[in-house]
Design a protein around this ligand. Structure first.
Ligand SMILES: [Zn+2]
Length: 396
């Protein structure tokens, strides 16, 4: 590096940083890039030509301009650059093929038990990936990276699940290697609620700086966005609010091995259990949602009560973290008017007035696509990260 040259180069000079300017669109022409980076026109041309050669950028004449020589517009090349976003749930697997701007090209969902184990689930993902590529007429080489969200704690750096309570057979299994052994691409793995938080933030609420994403499904978890970035914590398990103790849970046992956890009393599974004790047919969060939709009063009261219990824990999180927005997703968000009524009631009672004053508590806009979009974005942000782009460009 030529650090002693004394030249003050503005930020944004490397090929990866030039790509970021094109991707985020402050720059759409070579002239824009020269102005924003302070690089010489010839250096800008070198950078742009390399990015075009590597298939990352397209340059087209601007047809809308009239008279004179039309300017050439630069944009991220989306046609043959795609990623796979995978949402592995307790009982389903949803997969989206998205372009590298995060737009869904093709999506598939199947009923599939995560407890069938990693080989069965990941082989299914592999098969679906090939089918989706065929359906969209894209070669395997178009897939640049894979992002996967799984329903359990994940050590992000290695992509391994760590003692996941509901993922039988997955403990310490090297998920990325399943694909990297077969294909030349990177695989990122995170827990489901982190990818949901990322998907909702990037697609629906990119201007929010402090956001909590609470998933209420079979279990209960929370993804944390701080300064627009995912906050994973020291070991990757930040936001595990489902296993905070709540007095109302008494000594109710939980999957995690402890007793008295929020999840053991307020999750979709816990509500289904209580409804079946009352003589209603319910074995999952989905059944609870259907009973509420059918006007079942017990189910409706139980959802509100769960909302209040979750609200107790959320009120503590509001005082600790001071979020702008709390978003609710997961299957129980389908009856969000009842669930959120309970949450709001307690949060506004218990949180500091200052923290609660302009706090929004809302259902997810990305709905059932939050996790696949977020998993795709995890893959995209990794693939397009400036440092990684520079490494790939200098490797060839
Ligand atoms: Zn627990």
């Amino acid at each position: 590096m030529n650090a002693a040259s004394g030249a003050q180069r503005p930020a944004g000079g490397s090929p990866g940083e030039v790509l970021a300017l094109i991707r985020d669109r402050p720059a759409t022409t070579r002239a824009d890039l020269a102005r924003l980076t302070g690089l010489a026109r010839s250096t800008v041309s070198q950078r742009v030509d390399a990015l075009i050669e590597h298939g990352l950028v397209s340059e087209t004449a601007d047809r809308e301009s009239t008279g004179g020589r039309p300017p050439h517009r630069l944009r991220l090349r989306t046609e043959d650059n795609v990623v796979l976003g995978v949402d592995v749930g307790a009982t389903h697997c949803r997969i989206a093929l998205t372009d590298i701007e995060g737009t869904i090209v093709e999506v598939r969902e199947d009923q599939l038990l995560v407890s069938k184990g990693p080989e069965a689930v990941l082989s299914h993902v592999d098969r679906r990936m090939h089918e989706m590529l065929t359906a969209t007429n894209k070669p395997l080489t178009a897939v640049k990276a894979i992002g996967i969200g799984v329903p359990g704690p994940v050590e992000f750096d290695t992509g391994r699940a760590v003692r996941p309570p509901i993922m039988r057979g997955w403990d310490d299994y090297p998920i990325p290697e399943f694909f990297t052994k077969r294909y030349d691409l990177d695989v990122l793995v995170d827990n489901d609620v982190n990818v949901m938080a990322l998907g909702e933030h990037r697609i629906a609420r990119p201007d929010v700086r402090y956001l909590l994403f609470v998933k209420v499904g079979t279990g209960i978890g929370c993804g944390i966005i701080t300064e627009r970035q995912l906050h994973r914590g020291a070991q990757g398990c930040a936001g595990d609010i489902g296993h905070i103790r709540v007095p109302a849970a008494h000594d109710q046992p939980c999957h995690c091995g402890n007793r008295g956890c929020l999840e053991g009393i307020a999750s979709g599974e816990a509500m289904a259990r209580r409804l079946s004790e009352l003589g209603h047919e319910a074995s999952s969060g989905r059944d609870v949602v259907e009973l509420v939709a059918a006007g079942n009063m017990h189910a409706l009261q139980l959802v509100r009560e769960s909302g209040r219990l979750i609200g107790e824990v959320i009120a503590g999180a509001v005082n600790l973290f001071n979020p702008q927005t709390i978003v609710f997703g997961g299957v129980l968000a389908r009856v969000s008017e009842h669930l959120l009524a309970g949450v709001r009631e307690v949060v506004h009672q218990r949180s500091l007035a200052l923290a609660a004053r302009s706090l929004e508590i809302v259902p997810a806009r990305t709905a059932q696509d939050a996790a696949v979009l977020g998993a795709g974005i995890l893959a995209i942000e990794h693939y397009l990260e400036s440092h990684n782009v520079n490494l790939r460009l200098t490797a060839t």
